[in-house]
Design a protein around this ligand. Sequence first.
Ligand code: NAI
Ligand code: MG
Length: 408
Amino acid sequence: MAKYTVVSMPGDGIGNQVLPEALRVLNAVGFDAQYIHADIGWECWINDGNALPQRTIELLAKHKLGLFGAITSKPKKEADGELKPELRGKGYSYFSPIVAMRQKFNLDTCIRPCISFPGNPLNFIRKKVDGGYEEPYVNVVVFRQNTEGLYAGVEWTNPPDGMRAALATHPKFTPFAGTPGPDLAVSVRIITRNAAHKITKAGFEWAKKFGYKSVTICEKPNVLRETSGMMEEEAKKVAKEYPGIALWSTNIDAQTMWLTKNPEDYGVVVASNLFGDVISDAFAGLVGGLGFAASGNIGDEVAVFEPTHGSAPKYAELNPPIVNPMAMLLSAVMMLEHVGEMDKAKRMREAIAAVVKEGKVRTYDMMRISGGAKSISKGAASTKQMTDAILGKIEPARDTNSATRVVH
Ligand code: NAI
Ligand code: MG
């Protein structure tokens, strides 16, 4: 019997191309696991009216560890139009299976490391005032509250009467009060004190464990006084328990500007759901973009690891596949760290770092050329060739299961 069972959810599009590559590398570092396939995504929506099938939920509930590729989602009208004819008009309504999975298993802590690999041609560089360029070393880990905020899913077009009545009690609603229901859309931003506390605590714990000097709470409390205000308030409480770690507070809009000015100054960044989504993509852009952006969705019992990119439909049918598998592989590294397989995680991360540093094998995104069938003839590595190069760099196992997380 394998030591671990992992629920493998490739999903749609390039999810099916990158996830199998991760399994090859996990096997190569000696991760003792069996993988159980589970369906998720657009086909499930079309055929069953539910993008997250019950069987997948049951497998995750049982095995508690998941690797996920990517899914396709489409706006409401398109989603309804693609549902198979016999299901149409029966009240099915598309909801993102990732958001559903996060809510179902309370995967409330999303961790998104944005750490530069030396030698990555996509790393952010900055012009120096007196000439020349410099490449700041970015080592940021975003902690995104994963279940609440604007993604809680509490929203309406044409809000019901009770909701309208409640809104009408707020003086700021007056200018909207005369808007006809079908022309009025409302998405509610919900923050609970518990969740605000938990995500900041998780951020500070990470900072303490891995030696980050600051935790930045990235919100907008001057305008979103209630919800962002509560996030900041809890962060201040939590910060008192960690005297050696500075608490900084930035506004999401200003942060997106500052991150290109002095990204090396930031360590752990904590944000609510939407702002965390935004700021983690923004930081990821400094360290190679979607081909490098990994994430973990961590709950008290269940954890699911996924690249932050989507299904990239325009490349999904290419043979051979051309997309960069590293975001998926780095998500698998996070999974290894999560279960305490530190040596395997380290060997996998170091192999990725070695390939980047050597610079001989690069997928199209790392060459800054457009993707497509022609990218291979221009010298880009295919998805498989990139994984092969990484496999070639894996060092033999060391016996120590060191608790130190290695940042190349
Ligand atoms: P996307 O992330 O799928 O792709 C955007 C672009 O980024 C691609 O066209 C490609 O140029 C590049 N890219 C993405 N992954 C890459 C990789 N591994 N290597 C190299 N380049 C890569 O986002 P898009 O096009 O906005 O959405 C496509 C579909 O994916 C939509 O249906 C969307 O809803 C869904 N989506 C799903 C996500 C998820 O499963 N977590 C996240 C984002 C989008
Ligand atoms: Mg995103």
